[in-house]
Design a binder for this molecule. Structure first.
Ligand code: DGL
Length: 283
């Protein structure tokens, strides 16, 4: 068995890299749905259907767990798939399988609280408001998942989301660092205008953005903490696998990288992030 890692494209590699560091002996299969990337401007139903198709493919290749290394899929599709598709699919397959997202671990890391914790609404005066910016795809921003879930847990944290409509596609298309820096600076400026100042902390709420996290750091106030979504996801997976021995992550240390799009070498931008050459096989 293996752990599947799914994204619309190359963004999930940022999560994959940290998962592999944490589980060096496990077998991993990465699937990029590059035939359909980007997901972030698509209607919800399409995101659900594409995410289900990706998970089915990974389970069909022998994965026991699939990590949705994509905020858009985690925020829009995960609950629906867990409620309406997975129970019947498990019966059909006759073995335990599950799909995990990355938003819950990220919110746990951002709030410093376990997911089960919901704050008592006591109406206490908040002494100092912590302003947290979330940069994401339009679909994730429209879902307001970060605002809603963080607000349930921390009244002293105010979340501002900034949709970045073209950024994931620019990263997929190997845009120049200059054009990426200009796009990111525009989004940071836009959110600063809405807040009235720059944020205290930020979440790169689209896994593609981690590939250019240095450009976000350059555009934000120096030293602004960025919640590290890949680390939060890896920590959560460690805890999950300790509680759920029924999911076999494999022990061969194999790595496969598949794409529904154009197979072959990945872009210079991706390889610079990855630290070595990287080639995808056809899915
Ligand atoms: N990497 C993705 C995310 O975290 C999706 C980007 C896209 O396909 O628009 O949301």
């Amino acid at each position: 068995m293996a752990i599947g890692v799914f994204d619309s494209g190359v963004g999930g590699l940022s999560v994959h890299r940290t998962l592999v560091e944490r589980f060096p002996k496990a077998d991993f299969i990465y699937l990029a749905d590059q035939a359909n990337t980007p997901y972030g401007g698509r209607p919800g139903e399409e995101i659900v259907d594409l995410t289900r198709a990706g998970c089915e493919r990974l389970f069909g290749l022998g994965c026991s767990l699939v990590v949705l290394a994509c905020n858009t899929a985690s925020g829009i599709a995960l609950r629906r798939l867990q409620q309406t598709w997975l129970p019947g699919y498990r019966r059909e397959l006759g073995r335990p399988v599950n799909v995990l997202g990355i938003i819950v671990p990220t919110i746990e890391a951002a709030t410093g609280l376990p997911w089960e914790h919901e704050a008592e609404r006591r109406g206490d005066k908040v002494e100092k408001l912590d302003i947290l910016a979330v940069f994401s795809t339009p679909a994730t921003a429209a879902s307001r998942v970060y605002e809603i879930e963080i607000d349930k847990r921390r009244q002293d944290v105010a979340v501002f989301s900034q949709p970045c409509p073209n950024l994931a596609a620019m990263i997929e298309q190997d845009a120049t660092r200059e054009s990426l820096a200009a796009d990111i600076a525009g989004h940071v400026q836009a959110i600063a205008t809405r807040i009235g100042r720059l944020p205290d902390r930020a979440i790169l709420g689209c896994t593609h953005y981690e590939i250019v996290s240095d450009l976000f750091r350059d555009a934000l106030t120096p030293g602004t903490p960025l919640i590290h979504q890949p680390r939060a996801t890896a920590d959560a997976l460690v805890r999950y696998l300790e509680r759920h021995m029924e999911f076999d992550p494999g022990a061969g240390g194999t790595r496969r990288f598949l794409t529904t799009g154009r197979a072959g070498a990945q872009s210079g931008l991706v390889e610079a992030f990855w630290g070595s050459a990287l080639s995808f096989e056809p899915a």
